[in-house]
Design a protein around this ligand. Structure first.
Ligand code: PA5
Length: 454
């Protein structure tokens, strides 16, 4: 299969002196970059690097479960948040047909519609539950910790509705849990209910879990090419293991982002897909990059307060919303364009009649060609303004290339963690807000905090 490509030339040439990465800078940085890559590879199998083993797993259990569920459910509802939801959404947008939920059961080949509830907004919850035939719904509750308040609240709401509708004894027909193999409330709940359960390995953190049961079970249930995803990820893993320094795709991405931030002051990392299918990959990346690299202390415990700000954007839509800022606002951004070599469909723009002569230049081109011209033209125009960009091009948006892209970005994040010298696998900054919520919701043990918050 053809591999994706990553081009960093627009971070290097065509920009003003002093604002571009130079061959000399890259050369000087190469040993540090290689050291960061080596450190991740050498640490495989330890700590929170279990996600590195996921491409080699056997997806049989997910596919078997999906086969058992065939024609049984009209809807699949995912309840999860953060790393327990964003990966599934990214996969669904990339790999399911557009407007999948509007397809007929026949067109969906008996597979369920897919809904992801990753918020606790009551209006959204009521509206969504009002649309679902719960008697024909499978609810996949996903929580690594098995304790996250938002997801547990969603579970309790669904459990109550389903219990009223189908009865306690049949609940295990409507729930499947994805959680830690041992700990957490969800594991106990699933065991007591006798519901099917899938393990999220303890050494895989939430935002690195898309290629575990977290993402692959919903993918299998909705008919995505799970084996293709893993094959693409494995090919990327091999590529990253085999190539050094700036030749290495993950090093290229991590190294450019790091140098742009720390050497050139560009601390905003915009991801801008020029493919609607890749829109939610940018959202998934936003969490991966932010939660992994935004840290108060380094690995020695020194206060550093580092972390680039990831931003999601969409070409061509956001050319009419964000581009003005990228081109003329503060020179603090590096843009990553996500492009595709070939779209599934070809739409030729009709040649207009004499009444619309001003539009004649569009006639005969394809929409894909227009999107490509917009991407290329924008990269050029930004460079003209002295604004750097890099481009990752997928030959096509399919399971193989998406698996490769996700793994690339995970590995780049791990390498960037080494470059920033932070623990890319924890998220201590969100803990206090969780505790405050517990306190405000009256959880026993948090009384003192509740009075401190007032
Ligand atoms: O990346 C992470 O670890 C977090 O974003 C989690 O995915 C998120 O907080 C949800 O946690 P859990 O899966 O334990 O419910």
């Amino acid at each position: 299969m053809e591999r994706l490509s990553i081009d960093i030339t627009k971070c290097m040439s065509g920009l003003d002196e002093g604002t571009a990465l130079t061959p000399n800078m890259l050369e000087q940085f190469a040993p540090q970059l290689e050291k960061a890559r080596r450190a991740v590879l050498d640490a495989a199998g330890t700590g929170m690097l279990g996600w590195m083993d996921l491409p080699a797993q056997d997806p049989g259990p997910y596919l078997d479960f999906a086969a058992e569920c065939a024609d049984k459910y009209e809807c699949l509802l995912i309840i999860g948040i953060g790393g327990s939801a964003l990966g599934t959404t990214a996969l669904a947008t990339a790999l399911l047909p557009f407007y999948y939920n509007e397809l007929s059961p026949g067109e969906r080949k008996g597979r369920p519609r897919l809904y992801v509830l990753d918020n606790v907004d009551p209006d959204e919850t009521v509206a969504l539950l009002g649309r679902l035939d719960l008697s024909r719904t499978l609810v996949n509750v996903i929580s690594k910790s098995g304790t996250t308040g938002e997801s547990m609240a969603g579970y309790l709401v669904l459990r109550e509705q389903l219990r009223t509708l189908v009865g306690q004894a049949a609940l295990n027909e409507h729930f499947v849990f994805t959680t830690d193999p041992v700990g957490g409330a969800l594991r106990k709940i699933g065991a007591a209910m006798g519901a099917p359960m899938f393990d999220l390995p303890p050494d895989v953190g939430g935002r690195f879990s898309v290629l575990s049961a977290v993402g692959l079970l919903p993918a299998a249930l909705t008919g995505m090419d799970v084996r293709g995803l893993l094959a693409g990820a494995q090919d990327m893993a091999d590529w990253i293991a085999e190539t050094k320094g700036w030749e290495n795709p993950a090093c290229k991405f991590a190294g450019v982002q790091f140098l742009e931030d720390t050497a050139l002051g560009r601390c905003v990392s915009v991801m801008m897909p020029y493919s609607a299918r890749l829109r939610d990959v940018a959202d998934w990346y936003r969490q991966l990059w932010a939660e992994s690299l935004g840290k108060e202390v380094d690995r020695q415990g020194r206060t550093v307060n580092v972390g680039p700000l990831p931003v999601k954007s969409l070409g061509v839509t956001d050319q009419h919303s964000q581009l003005q800022l990228y081109a003329e606002g503060p020179d603090d951004k590096v843009i990553t364009f996500l492009g595709v070599g070939e779209f599934d469909k070809t739409v030729t723009i009709p040649t207009p009649g004499p009444e619309a002569e001003a539009l004649a230049y569009l006639g005969g081109h394809t929409l894909g060609g227009l999107l490509w011209a917009e991407q290329k033209g924008t990269a050029w125009a930004l460079a003209k303004r002295g604004r750097p960009s890099l481009t990752i091009t997928l030959p096509r948006v399919e399971a193989y290339s998406v698996g490769a892209l996700l793994y690339l970005l995970e590995m780049a994040t791990a390498i960037a963690g080494g470059l920033y010298d932070v623990d890319a696998f924890d998220q201590p900054g969100v803990e206090l807000s969780k505790q405050a919520t517990y306190a405000l919701m009256g959880r026993p043990g948090y009384e003192a905090l509740a009075s401190e918050i007032g």
